[in-house]
Design a protein around this ligand. Sequence first.
Ligand SMILES: Cc1cc2nc3c(=O)[nH]c(=O)nc-3n(C[C@H](O)[C@H](O)[C@H](O)COP(=O)(O)OP(=O)(O)OC[C@H]3O[C@@H](n4cnc5c(N)ncnc54)[C@H](O)[C@@H]3O)c2cc1C
Length: 595
Amino acid sequence: MPDYQPPVDDVLYLLRHVIGADKLLALPGFAHVDQDTLEDVVRAAGRVAADVIAPMNEASDQEGAQYANGRCTLSAGFADAYKKVCADGWPSLVLPEQWGGQGMPEIAQGALSEFSNGASLAFSMLTTTGRSASRVLEAHATEDIRELYLPKLISGEWAATIVMTEPHAGSDIGLARTKAVPQDDGTYKITGTKIFISFGDHDAADQICHIVLARTEGAPDGVRGLSLFLVPKFMVNDDGSLGEMNSLRPLRIENKLGIHGSPTCEMGFDGATGWLLGDELRGIQNMFTMINTMRLEVAFEGIGVAGAALGNAIRYAAERPQGRGDDGGDGPVAIIEHPDVRRMLMTMKALVDGCRALGLECAAQLDLSRHAEGDDARRDAGELIAFLLPICKSVFSYAAVEVANIGIQVHGGHGFVQDNWAELYLRDSRILPIYEGTNGIQAIDLVTRKLPREDGHAFKLWAERIADDLDRAAGVEGCAEIHGAVDEGLALLTDCTRQLFERLGGQGNDTGGLGPRDALSGAAPYMALCGRIGLGWMHLRMAAVETDDPLRPEKQKIARFYATQLMSDVPGLVQQALSTADLLDDLPVDALARI
Ligand SMILES: Cc1cc2nc3c(=O)[nH]c(=O)nc-3n(C[C@H](O)[C@H](O)[C@H](O)COP(=O)(O)OP(=O)(O)OC[C@H]3O[C@@H](n4cnc5c(N)ncnc54)[C@H](O)[C@@H]3O)c2cc1C
């Protein structure tokens, strides 16, 4: 397995010059953090990823998690790495100080998430579920439960899972049948089978807190009938010590394409004792506290694995001698000298750089949504992050698959075989467009919920931000191509958004008879279009910022490549987004199904 080299300098460039970390840290909520502390945390996060997490990734992939006798065990070194990461305080980085967290900004978590996902995608999800579950308990649990569970969950001493999927209830979680029956003592008995539960059982932590969606007796059908429960693996005594085992167990684990180190469990709940989190029938709303944290993390999973694939490909291309150079000299040159290999590497780099910048911008908006001064500023940041979240989850996850795929091509046949690990990144990344809501479901969320909310307020806000940055960057030397591409792209996106918006409104004359099904048929390309413009926006900001940072010339060159090569597909994406449903419906299902 190649060494993982965390891109610390690139992250610091963004925090210092592009994202405005200094302004964020000046907010009252971050009085205990200064720029030096933030940068020290970023460097230390790079070290823990490279020195503690990356070394266990080979066994994680090759050995994988195992299931035997109703228990799961993790691969060699996995549990030790987790315990070391916890002992050093990483799971609690951004969690509230009141419960033992460190209250650092989400931009610090963004850096940590990228590095740890780059070091081992399978590993990182274990800390993510604990952090996300902590947010759920903080927001929705009773004071007693918070006091009993939160400190240990936040420190990582206890782990957690997110438990939604059932065999017949995947994207359509409203079909879930797992039952919750109220007991006289205020608890519930949870019964049902859940599938695909990441880290449903393992030996890295003494306790696992399952956050479970289940249906109470007599509750309505669909998502409106779901409630949320805390169902611990072991009962917890009043003094916080662990009691007897709860009535639940892993039934099997999946054999799968990638993330072998992460056990994907089928879980049986057989009258297990659970505690209601928040109000009954508010399960899906309350679960979104966890889902939203995890969706942003999937975006950073994409950045991490794509960045690792890029580093791997660059190292290989610099060392692999094949073919003559332009000077026609005798010996073979490293393949990195050849234009087509350069094109592949530049494409990878432009995608990774753009995703990283937009990911950290989202993390900053999340910080602003909690800590900005003034209700309006907090509300606007909240609207912006809600709009950008499905875009980042989907666009970064697809970018990771694309980058990993190109990485194999850079390696030639040596990428298809297992020698150079290029194929690992493709295998691992392939889950990202699927879990935490498939990318198809994200596109529907973007177009039918996030876009129309408050008459398109979030989109207008985003477009205004981009327009402001275009004004600031106008005439800046070295930015002509990216400025022109983003300017034109924003105009096309704005018009496309208006037309989609009208289609959502109905079948009126003003839409030429087009309606919501037409909007849905263009949802995925629309999301890809937003991603192209979003990454272009960040490339513009990275290139145009006034600084003598030695990375700036590099950022300008990558921005120029992104503008001319990758933004050239903007008109095509607009055409796809505005294509109509009749194009998809024209071929009847029976004809489509004919083999
Ligand atoms: C490795 C792994 C780890 C996982 N971890 C967890 C976990 O920890 N906890 C958990 O609860 N779940 C977990 N999952 C489950 C995961 O979230 C689901 O697989 C995912 O939500 C999709 O559900 P599904 O597999 O049933 O696919 P389906 O919902 O059957 O979807 C199949 C296809 O149809 C499309 N589709 C479905 N409905 C619609 C619609 N209305 N409109 C348009 N297209 C639609 C989808 O986009 C997809 O392309 C995990 C899955 C895997 C593979």
